[in-house]
Design a protein around this ligand. Structure first.
Ligand code: MSP
Length: 651
């Protein structure tokens, strides 16, 4: 049996699972199910990305050690995939010691091949992305995320791989898909590649380098390697191992924002280590909710479990695969989801299934009849044959939405065929021709339903299994082969079942309300998970300072006299702040998502008055406001009552 190995990204543990993560994992699970039903021995790997500064910070905010914190959140991801019925064969955590074996092994191979060196680097560093960024990138990023860092790093000689990478994309156009992403990646590589910093000495929460344990591996060299460590690389990777069987991987499924890491860095690391390259990196689009990609800071997050509890796993899977064109961005809406569920699942296949079984019970004694030759089959057999071929082809190309459209056109034709032949009238007529036509109509209907059911099993596994059983079919529909599916497989005489609605119809308004209520509960649950309500034992690990050091900071009470938004920046406000000097100061502050300009005017706030002026978005900022980032991820200003004297020194 051929092997098929597919991955999802490993998810960061500084956010609880949301529907964006579920989307990739559901698609990966669907692809795995399709490959199984095409005869492959298919495996899916996923996991959690646990190292780095952001996680260290989130753990501290939760009052936990990084390991405790990551244990908790990574378990939440695992539990989520279980509850959604996603069949992940491997779940690799980057904090697993077995993972470190693989990271070190690849690093040592890169080192031995001269692809790694030690150097010093000073650059603009993005705290959110944990990466050095170009001046251009820094200029367009949120300012408070950018800082300057100088440190000794191990570097990967990415610049040496430009030609080889271009050759790879040229000779294997399917390596990066869809084509638009491939073009982007090629343009990026053609523009020239900088060497890549792959270690940090300022960070403790990571895997130490084997040759220099003062350094830990930095994000991508560590994270990408899970695809190999999950199947035993570095641990059991000899003959007969999972690694030997499954590497190179068939598809890395990723969101479009991380295609570069997978399609540029990762193959370069593997080339340097002399290891086989993945066969494909497939980048999908984003689920957009309330106008943007979901993010913790924006708070526009939807979770999968509240949806599952109302429309079931199938309702969620079907919506994501049918409504969103795979590869493109798509809007998420609870209402559209419920409307789709009703139209296609409840009124579509669900209704056809109950109609078929009740007609078989009523007119044929609950048994599949025979389709007598010469009766009108309404063109269903050739249409079904065509549909099988097309759906498989589209599934292979990950064109899920189109494949589902094809299958629904078979279902629509079947519904029409029933209406045209009116089995209820045929049953009343007392002649043998009508009887033959009645039986043929019900045979053809049931057979079309069986074919649709098998084709749909990878997308709506729960309902497909119920319909399978309703049609009296033995075993699991998931064990059927898509590529062996043929018209005529339903055996006359098979006893069919009777069953309550496979997909009960839902009231749209009520369902949306239930999902939103459950969502609010899930949010609280998530806050508990992330430890937001447990800041008790916050350990402070910054070095102690002398009082004289503190005295160097000139902290003042200031009052905001005027406030405006800075053009092209979501976060930045330009404030005119009076700190008791002759002229008010101009201060730029990244609080604009939390505070509007109107709320700022008249507010008394704490200002660092002797900070070296900094240029931000072309403006000089002459100070800094003091704020705490609370568990909601938003800045909360330290402020004073109206009677606080302007210019008073804090300390
Ligand atoms: N840890 C890195 C990946 C390392 S892979 C070696 C990471 N993690 S993440 O938690 O931010 O997850 C990113 C992935 O989650 C995206 O690439 C995508 O697969 C999925 N999605 C997260 N939000 C999403 C949407 N709003 N829409 C669609 N997918 C989204 O990046």
């Amino acid at each position: 049996m051929p092997n098929f190995y597919i991955s999802t990204p490993i998810y960061y543990v500084n956010a609880a699972p949301h529907i964006g993560h579920a989307y990739t994992t559901i698609v990966a699970d669907t692809i795995k199910r399709i490959r199984r039903m095409l005869g492959d021995d298919a495996y899916l790997t996923t996991g959690s990305d646990e190292h780095g500064q952001k996680v260290e910070r989130s753990a501290a905010a939760a009052g936990l050690e990084p390991q405790q914190f990551t244990d908790r959140v990574s378990e939440a991801f695992r539990a989520e995939w279980d509850e959604l019925g996603l069949e992940c064969d491997f779940f690799r955590r980057t904090s697993d010691p077995r993972h470190a074996l693989a990271v070190r092994k690849i690093f040592e191979r890169c080192l031995a091949n001269g692809a790694v060196y030690k150097g010093t680097y000073t650059g603009k560093y993005h705290l959110g992305d944990e990466a050095f960024v170009t001046d251009e990138e820094a200029a367009s990023a949120d300012l408070e995320m950018i800082t300057t860092v100088t440190e000794e790093n191990y570097f990967f000689r990415l610049s040496a791989f430009q030609e080889k990478l271009l050759e790879l994309y040229e000779s294997q156009p399917e390596f990066v898909q869809p084509d638009a992403r491939r073009n982007e990646v090629m343009a990026f590589v053609r523009a020239g590649l900088n060497d890549l910093s792959i270690s940090r000495s300022t960070l403790r929460w990571g895997i130490p380098l084997p040759n220099d344990p003062e350094h830990v591996f930095y994000v991508w060299f560590d994270a990408l390697t899970t695809y190999m460590s999950a199947i035993g690389y570095g641990e059991h990777d000899g003959p007969g191992s999972d690694y030997e069987r499954l590497w190179p991987i068939d598809v890395h499924l990723v969101g479009k924002e991380i295609v570069r890491f997978h399609a540029v860095y990762w193959p370069a690391f593997l080339m340097a280590a002399g290891l086989p390259l993945p066969k494909q990196v497939w980048a999908h689009g984003w689920l957009i909710f309330q106008g943007g990609k979901m993010s913790k800071t924006k708070g526009n997050i939807v979770r999968a479990l509240p949806i599952k509890r109302v429309v079931g796993v199938d309702g969620l899977r079907y919506y994501l695969l049918r409504e969103i064109v795979f590869g493109q961005d798509g809007n998420f809406s609870h209402e559209a989801l419920t409307v789709r569920y009703n139209a296609d699942l409840a009124n579509g296949i669900g209704n056809l299934a109950s109609r078929t079984s009740s007609m078989l019970a009523r007119y044929c004694g609950g048994k599949v009849p025979e389709a007598v030759r010469g009766t009108d089959s309404g063109g269903l057999p050739p249409l079904a044959t065509l549909c099988i071929g097309e759906a498989i082809e589209l599934y292979r190309k990950f064109a899920f939405s189109k494949a589902l459209e094809k299958i629904w056109s078979l279902l629509a034709r079947t519904d029409k065929y029933i209406v045209e032949h009116k089995p209820w009238e045929l049953a009343r007529a007392d002649d043998s021709d009508s009887r033959f036509q009645l039986e043929a109509t019900l045979y053809n209907t049931a057979e079309a339903l069986r074919i649709a059911c098998v084709l749909l099993a990878p997308v709506i596994p729960a309902g497909a299994q119920r319909i399978w059983e309703l049609l009296g079919q033995p075993g699991a529909v998931a064990e059927q082969r898509l590529d062996r599916l043929q018209w005529g497989g339903l055996a006359p005489g098979t006893a069919v079942g009777a069953q309550a609605a496979v997909y009960p119809r839902l009231d749209v308004a009520k369902s949306v309300e239930s999902m939103e209520d459950l969502e609010a509960e899930a949010l609280e649950e998530q806050a508990r998970l992330m430890g937001a309500s447990a800041p008790q034992a916050l350990e402070i690990d910054t070095p102690e300072i002398e009082i004289g050091d503190f005295a160097k900071v000139d902290l003042r009470v200031g009052v905001v006299r005027a406030a405006d938004r800075v053009k092209k920046s979501r976060k930045l406000l330009q404030l005119s702040v009076d700190i008791g000097e002759a002229e008010p100061r101009t201060i730029l502050s990244g609080i604009g998502e939390k505070y509007g300009p109107d709320e700022m005017v008249g507010r008394r706030i704490a200002v660092v008055a002797n900070l070296k002026p900094r240029k931000m978005m072309g403006q000089l900022s002459q100070g800094m406001l003091i704020a705490a980032t609370l568990e909601d991820g938003e800045p909360h200003l330290a402020d004073f009552p109206a009677e606080a004297p302007i210019g008073a020194r804090l300390g």
